[in-house]
Design a protein around this ligand. Structure first.
Ligand code: SAM
Length: 278
């Protein structure tokens, strides 16, 4: 089933949380002068037109990136906002997906490996990166399977983003299986897993299983509203980061309340983080 299209959601509160943390990890990797690989198992289309009919059907970006851009964020948001501006070439109506965010941070020797199953989005990625064929590879295949051939990366430094649509319940279990297998191949990689906060058991079950792996991790959640009375809908999202940069928690924690207030849709907005680092 491939009905999910990220274009409907580009730049929303969940993208802000995910791409902010992703940018901080990429920025951290750039502090060392050693090449690394970035593997994005569910890449999406790469760049989104915010003034398109699709994006404006629900206009989720208005309460996401647009609010951030119109506020006065602390310096810790600079690298993310610079990545957004650079990928959009200064145009306010463009928003980068994870492939373009990553590409902004890459140095000449770094590599980006993208997996995207949807033929239309894979074609858009091909177009987007047609001038960077030596650095960026795009495969129209299952990212949970494709990642196996990428690990461990020859550079022995790597970032993995796992960001499935979770439209099928299977995705929750597949994330856990993928992480277990990936850690066997590449135990020291930094893995970022995005998930939706919903009133159903699967997200929490997935988090419990990730926690039981007993790795170093940072878990950040951002709720923008109260869970709905009818039990449906996404009220926030979370990021589970395995082997996070040691600076990540101290960098983000002081700014989470501000972010929740800035992106709040009602009084239920809140953000939190917890983790383990040995
Ligand atoms: N990571 C993107 C970003 O942050 O801009 C958004 C990705 S979107 C949430 C999920 C994408 O995964 C969709 O474009 C969907 O077509 C694709 N997809 C779904 N199942 C997949 C699979 N098994 N392997 C690779 N891509 C898949």
């Amino acid at each position: 089933m491939l009905s999910y299209r990220h274009a409907f959601h580009a730049g929303n509160h969940a993208d802000v949380l995910k791409h902010w943390l992703y940018s901080l990890v990429l920025d951290y990797f750039n502090q060392k002068d050693k090449p690394y690989w970035v593997i994005d198992t569910h890449a999406g289309a790469g760049l989104y037109q915010l003034d398109s009919a699709v994006a404006n059907k629900t206009a989720e970006y208005v309460d996401g990136i647009q609010r951030l851009q119109q506020s006065q964020p602390a310096e810790i948001f600079d690298s993310y906002l610079q990545a957004v501006a650079a990928a959009a070439k200064g145009q306010k109506n463009l928003y980068p997906g994870s492939p373009c965010i990553a590409s902004h941070f890459l140095n000449a020797a770094d590599k980006l490996r993208l997996f995207e199953l949807h033929p239309a989005d894979a074609a858009l990625l091909e177009q987007q990166f047609s001038q960077q064929k030596r650095q960026v590879s795009i495969q129209q295949k299952d990212g949970f399977e494709g990642i196996k051939a990428c690990l461990p990366p020859p550079t022995k430094r790597g970032i993995v983003l796992i960001d499935p649509p979770y439209e099928v319940k299977d995705d929750y279990a597949r994330v856990v299986d993928c992480i277990k297998d990936s850690l066997k191949r590449f135990a020291t990689g930094t893995y970022l897993i995005w998930y939706p906060r919903l009133q159903r058991p699967e997200p929490q079950q997935m988090i419990d299983k990730l926690r039981s792996l007993n790795t170093d991790y940072l878990h950040v959640t951002l709720d923008v509203q109260q869970p709905s009375a009818d039990g449906f809908g996404m009220y926030g999202s979370g990021m589970w980061v395995i082997n996070p940069p040691w600076t990540l928690r101290q960098s983000v924690e002081p700014h989470l309340s501000w972010l929740a207030n800035t992106l709040a849709q009602d009084a239920g907005a809140q953000a939190a983080c917890e983790g383990q680092q040995r």
